[in-house]
Each structure stands twice: as structure tokens, then as C-alpha cells.
Write a protein that binds this ligand. Sequence first.
Ligand code: FPP
Ligand code: MG
Length: 289
Amino acid sequence: MITGAASTAASLRALPSRAINELRRDRRAIEKTLAAAMGSNGTRIDSAARHGLLDGGKRVRPLLTCAVLRAFGRNPKPYVDLVVAVEMAHAGSLLHDDVIDESKTRRGHVTAHVEFDIPTAVLAGDRLVMLGVEHLARGGPSEMLVRFCAAVKDLCIGESLERERRFDSTVDLEQVREVNRLKTAALFGYAAEAGAILAEAPPRLRRAARDYGLAVGEAFQTTDDHLDFCGDPGAMGKSIGQDLVAGVVTVPLAIAMERSPGLREDVLRVWSTERDDELSAHLAKLREG
Ligand code: FPP
Ligand code: MG
């Protein structure tokens, strides 16, 4: 016979694999819904949008909505058409971000603006964001659409602030965190809150879900910042050192410059050099620091 304590311990041990299986199931439903939503009409913009939405991606944001729905005891399946809107906006924003950052690879593939051209990638990004709006407008609660639009507007502000602050070695940690909260965490905050809205949770719990999503999103972007210094380009599907070369002060760099003010000089040297060998040497030095 299993005692109460033993059965609790057994169900706790079972929880991670059960949760993982549920997430796997949710992910399959998300992939299927995204593929069906895209269709294919053979146009250039359509191919670029498919490239942005369907060629890889962890689907973290819609999975966060599913996890919150499950936390409120709801099966995400009936809501998947609404859940995927966040991934559409995210994929659209990455098409734009790769143009802004002049990135050559994403998710192990050549970026859309390189494979097609800049206007096609930008228009495909616009189309994906509107596809997300359409999904929510068709069958979602109006509050969800309002929160979605607010988050996408925050993304634009964050991306713009990051751009304004490039090549400024006086940018501090709080300014970097402000950008990360806007350009990344806002959509995670929306994703978590969307789960609470769909579960018809009371306002207090909707706000709690949003705060949780914001914290997850900030942690996610901090990790992304860190990987730009120390990641494995093969595993990440994009090259490293991109932020630094692009003049962006990220979380690890802001912390390192606060701790060792002398580092600001090295950073300015990285930004002023055009030689690849010098750049690699500076990057290696900063990574060690
Ligand atoms: C990746 O950051 C980019 C974002 C998290 C947000 C991009 C937002 C926009 C371009 C504005 C919104 C645009 C639309 C169409 C809604 P990163 O460059 O730090 O990460 P990366 O290394 O993956 O490129
Ligand atoms: Mg980028």
C-alpha cells in the first residue's frame, strides 16, 4: 500500500514528465495550427512569411499561454487558434529585427531579407503581425486583442530605444533592462496574461500572470544576451558577438562595465575597428573579462 506521503512524492516525481508530455502535445497542436493558418499562395511575400513563421522556432510564447491555461485547469486545445497569435507577431517582429540588426542567419537558416530582399521581409513581417490580429479579432475576447496590441506597441518602443542607444558606452544596466522589458518581456507578459484571460481568471490573477510572464521574458532576453558572448553558434543557429558589433550594450556587458570601468575603453575600441582579426581578439578579451 502506498502511504499519503509516498503517493504525494510519487505524483511530484511524475509531474515533470506529465507536464513535459502536455507541453509536447500543445506544441504539436501549435505547429499544426500555424501551418494551416499560413496556407500557401506561391507569392514572394508568402514564401518569406512562411520562412519567418515555419522554419524553426521554440514556440516558447504560445507554450507559456498553454501552461497558464493548464495551471487554471483548462485544456488549451479549444483555444489554439487564439494562442498562436503571439507566435505570429513574434515571427513578424524577428523578420523586422533581422533587417534592423543586419543579421545574416536565424534558426540555422539564411535570414529572409537575405534570401528574398529587405522590402519583401518587412512586408512579410507586417503580414504576420496582422495575421495574429486577425486570429484574435475573429474569435477572442476583446481584452486579449487590446493587451496584444499594447504588447506589440511596447516591442516597437523597445526596439527603437535600443537603436537610439547604440554605440553609447555610458548605457547602464537599468537602461538595458528597460529595453529588454519592452522589446522582449512585453510579449511574454501578454502570452501569460492571455492564458489567464482565456481561463476567465479574476483581474488580480490576470495581473499576477502578466507579472510572471514579464519576469520569464526578462530572464529569456538576459540569457539571449549572455549567449551572444558565450553561446555555441551551431546550437543557436546564429552567429555570436552580433550585439556587441552592432553597438548594443546588453546585460552582461553593462554589468561588466559597471564592475570594471576600464572595459569601456575596450568596448569603444571594438566599435571603432573594422578589421576582423582585431575584432576577434577584442571579443575574446571581453569574453574572458
Ligand atoms: C530580437 O532581439 C528582437 C525582438 C525581441 C523584438 C523585435 C521587435 C521589433 C522589430 C519591433 C516590432 C515589430 C513588429 C513587426 C511587431 P535581439 O536582436 O536581441 O535577438 P536576436 O539575437 O535573436 O536577434
Ligand atoms: Mg536581432
